[in-house]
Design a protein around this ligand. Structure first.
Ligand code: ADP
Length: 295
């Protein structure tokens, strides 16, 4: 099964065009949707999740017409929104049992089995009798995933899932997601480039409502290999470098500023070749897009 988005457009009542002619094909596995804040990621995720309408375009999930057959989508969708509330005085086990009943698992024995197996899978079985209000951020996220996994979904959408998680929790959450991605379409919407590098077989970068690049993270990095150059400079020199070179990013390194410059050939002998990363791809594409607008 694949998700095919064709020519999707959305303008909000305040005149903001959040999605512009979005075309994307998302196969099974982990798909990273990367973009700065305000790029349109949540607008796209909400539209796929049938929570808001598009103005024009189509979305096809296998043989389901997503914009028209909302109930059919909801039966095969697991959605973990950016922010979700939990009932603080209810235990994880009770809550999942309740949601499982709502999703149509009427048989109590079957429900118990499904709930136990999910709690085990997200590593919350030991704390299943604790109230959700006592859970840490990472535990809540894993509970969110357990809830999204109920009903054996074919499409899972997770919106900015690792914000606020400590490194251990983030790692654990990543492992869980990639396991799920083995036999499901998982769309991971994020502004954290590293998450996509580590997890996704396919990705797209979106900026100001438009898809600026789509592909496999390693191939995108490979395409730029040998075209990124680095140099340590003083912070005061940054403006000057920005005027003379195509500076795609700056980073502090031991108190000094390191710049990354995109150029087909070595800008001058004071630069060193830099090992290209997905972050370079991301910043180059975003900068190009922004500059094309201000030109
Ligand atoms: P992202 O998830 O990438 O941060 P969003 O989809 O939330 O981006 O937002 C895209 C653009 O649409 C932003 O300019 C945002 O301010 C605007 N926007 C989002 N939701 C609404 C809404 N309900 N009404 C009006 N504008 C909105």
């Amino acid at each position: 099964m694949e998700l095919k988005i064709t020519n999707l457009n959305k303008t909000y009542a305040n005149g903001v065009q959040a999605l512009k002619n979005v075309d994307l094909t998302i196969p099974q596995g982990m798909f990273g949707l990367l973009g700065p804040n305000g790029a349109g990621k949540s607008s796209l995720m909400r539209t796929i999740a049938t929570l808001q309408a598009a103005d024009t375009g189509s979305i096809q999930l296998g043989d389901i017409d997503v914009l028209k057959q909302k109930d059919a989508v909801r039966r095969v969708l697991g959605y973990l929104p950016q922010e979700f509330g939990v009932y603080p005085k209810v235990t994880a086990e009770t809550m999942l049992d309740h949601i499982a009943a709502l999703k149509g698992i009427a048989n109590r024995k079957e429900r118990n089995e499904v709930v136990s197996s999910l709690l085990n899978r997200v590593n919350l079985y030991e704390v299943r009798k604790k109230n959700l209000g006592t859970y840490s951020g990472g535990m809540k996220q894993r509970f969110g995933i357990a809830q999204a996994l109920l009903g054996d979904p074919k499409l899972i959408i997770v919106d900015e899932p690792t914000a606020g998680l400590d490194p251990t929790e983030r790692n654990r959450f990543h492992n869980l997601l990639s396991e799920i991605g083995e036999n499901t379409i998982v769309i991971l919407s994020t502004h954290i480039v590293e998450d996509v590098t580590n997890l996704c077989q396919n990705m797209a970068i979106i900026c100001l409502g438009e898809v600026v690049v789509e592909g496999n993270p390693s191939s995108l990095v490979q395409d730029m290999q040998g075209k990124v150059w680095e140099k340590l400079i003083d912070k005061q020199e940054l403006d000057q470098y920005k005027q003379n070179f195509n500076v795609i990013s700056t980073q502090l390194k031991a108190g000094q500023t390191q710049i990354h410059v995109f150029n087909e050939t070595e800008p001058d002998s004071s630069f060193e070749a830099s090992k290209t990363t997905l972050e370079d791809v991301y910043f180059t594409r975003i900068t190009e897009r922004m500059e094309s607008l201000s030109a």
